[in-house]
Write a protein that binds this ligand. Structure first.
Ligand code: PHE
Length: 466
């Protein structure tokens, strides 16, 4: 059985009130721009149903073992990822270099934070545009044609001041949400955000499915087009599983550190992975029926949400209000991911300097805001500056984090959990029966590490080969 309630078995940063809060918080971390903006278009691009099968396999075979490992390490260490890894390596009699997992995660977290806040800011701008369209009929708030919507999008990106304004708003909201601590800050945001997110999402699905073009949507997303699935598509599916589950950078480890001792980790992780996947599919069911209804082509990239879908809303009777709600939904999803990106580095600084939480929160906010200016300028002033290869500054951060730092972190996390962590700690955390233990060993010692290694090598190879 799982041991409960040792006096030191709590985190100094606070504890989740119960396991449902943990599940909601971790789901909030997982559900973000990755689900609503990225998943729908890469699914369509890569063969629909065929892509979903590979994605689901990646979630099951790589994502779930890594997430269980990460949450388990967090709960066993009860500190920020850096201190957790230091303590666990010591307990295992392993080399202190394992603390590198914590550092890698904090660096990845800050880099993702810096660009994620900028992109999250765009959703605020578009929520505002649709709200403004409710009250006025000027072309500025609701461009009448697709070309005009594209023009509006380009003009928006070309204006650094506006991007900085939106980014700053999001930084302030994130800092305010996180500064007040696990119980008064994170939990409060999560308790309000997550139900709102689900209600909005289900409402939007009902709207979209009832009026939209479902036949074209089903054809686009769910058709098993194996021919359209290239090796690149397989990589995209695995990468998507990593990014969307928030694994490899210590967010889940930090959330695991606040998890009560008597909660089943595999059970919680299964629910989180399921909800995350469900949201991705539901987001597709909001977006595509409306896009196809308006006879639009689902272009890829940022344009899908901010040009195509936004224009589709503009062309519809209740579009202004629905569009406003949709972009508010994306903003909420982004906020709960952002707080999980901040918490690992925040908890480390609080531990290291015994500093006040709000001071640390503001410092991280300022630093990531400054770093985020690089992303802002990547769309205008610096759009022709390519620090490496053809990448802009933003694309470089995106590639470095999603394709290199997260898989690297995930790989070492699962190796540590599978090979290094003493069996006794694993059993105290997971309380596995004989068969489950065998599955755990196969998954964490062989399947997940080898899978990540293969993908990682291929990504590097492709990256360097151009
Ligand atoms: N999972 C988030 C999304 O899908 C992104 C994220 C990555 C959040 C890593 C935290 C850590 O948008």
């Amino acid at each position: 059985m799982i041991q409960t309630g040792q006096p030191e078995d709590v985190s100094q940063h606070g504890m989740w009130r119960n396991r449902w809060i943990f599940i909601l918080a971790a789901t909030g971390s997982a559900v973000g721009l990755g689900n609503i903006w990225r998943f729908p278009y890469i699914t369509g691009e890569n063969g629909g149903g065929a892509f979903i099968v590979v994605y689901l396999a990646s979630v099951l075979l790589l994502g779930i073992p890594i997430m269980i490992s990460e949450v388990m390490l967090g709960r066993a260490g009860r500190h920020s990822p850096v201190l957790t890894m230091r303590r666990l390596a010591k307990r295992a009699g392993a080399h202190p270099v394992w603390v590198f997992i914590g550092w890698n995660g904090m660096i990845a977290g800050c880099l993702i934070l810096s660009y994620y806040e900028v992109i999250a800011g765009w959703t605020l701008n578009y929520a505002y545009n649709h709200l403004a369209a409710l009250f006025s009929s000027t072309a500025e708030s609701a461009p009448p044609t697709l070309a005009a919507a594209q023009g509006q999008w380009e003009a928006f990106l070309a204006d650094p001041w506006r991007l900085i304004l939106c980014q700053t708003l999001f930084v302030v909201i994130t800092v305010a949400a996180i500064a007040r601590g696990v119980n008064k800050g994170l939990e409060v945001v999560i308790i309000w955000s997550m139900p709102t997110l689900f209600i909005l999402l289900l409402g939007l699905v009902a709207y979209s499915v009832s009026i939209g073009d479902m036949a074209a949507t089903i054809d686009y997303i769910f058709r098993f087009n194996w021919d359209a699935l290239s090796i690149g598509g397989v990589l995209a599916a695995v990468g998507q599983a990593f990014f969307t589950l928030s694994i490899g950078m210590g967010a889940m480890m930090t959330y695991g550190a606040y998890l009560p001792a008597n909660t089943s980790i595999p059970g919680a992780v299964a629910v989180i992975a399921l909800l995350d996947t469900l949201v991705a599919v539901l987001a597709g069911l909001v977006i595509f029926p409306i896009v196809f209804l308006n006879g639009l082509a689902p272009v890829s990239g940022p344009g899908l949400l901010f040009v195509t879908l936004s224009h589709a809303f503009n062309s519809m009777a209740a579009g202004a209000i629905v569009g406003m709600l949709f972009f508010a939904l994306v903003a909420i999803a982004a906020l709960t991911s952002l707080i999980s990106l901040t918490e690992p580095v925040l908890s480390w600084l609080v531990e290291k300097y015994n500093a006040k939480r709000w001071r640390v929160a503001i410092s991280i906010g300022v630093i990531c805001w400054l770093l985020g200016l690089g992303t802002v300028f990547s769309f205008n002033e610096w759009q022709h500056w390519h620090p490496i290869g053809t990448f802009t500054f933003f694309e470089l951060l995106d590639y470095l984090t999603a394709n290199i730092l997260l898989p690297l972190g995930g790989f070492f996390i699962v190796i540590f959990a599978g090979w290094v962590l003493p069996e006794e700690v694993v059993q105290r955390q997971l309380a596995l029966g004989t068969n489950a233990l065998l599955c755990w060993r196969i998954a964490t010692r062989l399947i997940a590490p080898i899978g990540v290694l293969l993908i990682f090598s291929y990504t590097l190879y492709r990256g360097f080969a151009g």
